[in-house]
Write a protein that binds this ligand. Structure first.
Ligand SMILES: Nc1nc2c(ncn2[C@@H]2O[C@H](COP(=O)(O)OP(=O)(O)O)[C@@H](O)[C@H]2O)c(=O)[nH]1
Ligand SMILES: [Mg+2]
Length: 251
């Protein structure tokens, strides 16, 4: 009976500690978006808002109603003047950094509704529990809708993770865009890439800075609207080239 009471006390304490951390951690979500008026309402509607402080949509000169739709669905829109995925992420980070207080965790999420925003706690929990600094949502085959990733994306990911394994001796499964990172750790990485090398740059720098990183399997579905990167020949070649040169550059 005494043992049971002790157990209850310890577990109770652990639960209370976790709850305190959960409510005290400030989480901002950054969404790079380029002409995503169709999918943004779905993405913004699925984010568990009670867990986060704000959603920042980084809009790169969209020619559709991306900015209006984002504002109407409760996001803060930052205008990223330099075109590119990484440039948009950097603008979102700059805005979040300037907010008082600075965030504890940043979550990156695509605007195309391929990811499942309701899975956000899977990515933030290991950071809140102080087990990880970076958590990447891995688009594993078992949780991926058929056709959600194009063959060139699957091949590109395999090649990139193979190169990381050979050159850095660390095993990643994916370069998934849905990810959470401790803000303090992100600042140490001094991210630079303004376009397609963004995700791989973060992973390689995480290795180099000895961050505690992990991958969590997440669901992935076919995007809404038109692909800007892997669905175009130009995007595929530029992304492939940039990812490989980024890996070699940081080696
Ligand atoms: N802000 C901004 N977002 C971009 C740009 N290119 C792509 N995106 C966004 O980045 C995410 C991934 O792009 P997507 O077209 O889905 O690429 P794919 O997943 O490789 O097909 C989406 O949220 C896009 O709206 C860009 O130049 N600027
Ligand atoms: Mg996509």
């Amino acid at each position: 009976m005494q043992v049971f009471a002790n157990d209850l006390r310890c577990n109770g304490l652990a639960i209370v500690k976790k709850l305190v951390l959960l409510v005290s951690m400030i989480i901002d979500v950054v969404i790079p978006a380029f002409n995503e008026e169709q999918s943004l309402p779905l993405v913004l509607g699925a984010i568990p808002r009670d867990l986060i402080r704000q959603v920042i949509v980084a809009d790169n000169n969209s020619t559709d109603r991306t900015a209006e739709v984002a504002t109407a669905h409760g996001a803060h829109v930052v205008k990223a003047t330099t075109q590119g995925y990484g440039a948009a992420c950097l603008s979102g980070i700059a805005y979040s950094r300037a907010c008082q207080p600075a965030p504890d965790i940043l979550v990156f999420l695509d605007a195309d509704y391929s990811d499942h925003p309701e899975e956000l706690p899977l990515l933030t929990e290991p950071i809140i529990a102080n087990e990880s600094d970076l958590v990447i949502g891995s688009r594993v085959k078992a949780l991926r809708e058929r056709g959600a990733m194009l063959p060139q994306q699957v091949f590109g990911n395999r090649l990139a993770t193979f190169l990381i394994r050979v050159l850095f001796r660390k095993k990643f499964y994916d370069l998934g865009p849905f990810r959470a990172i401790r803000f303090e750790s992100l600042e140490k990485l001094k991210m630079r890439d303004t376009n397609y090398g963004w995700t791989v740059e973060m992973q390689i720098k995480a290795i180099k800075h000895n961050l505690r990183w992990k991958e969590i399997p997440v669901h992935y579905r076919k995007r809404k609207g038109v692909s800007k990167i892997s669905g175009t020949v130009k995007g595929t070649f530029l992304a492939g080239y940039k990812i490989i040169t980024t890996i070699i550059k940081y080696r």
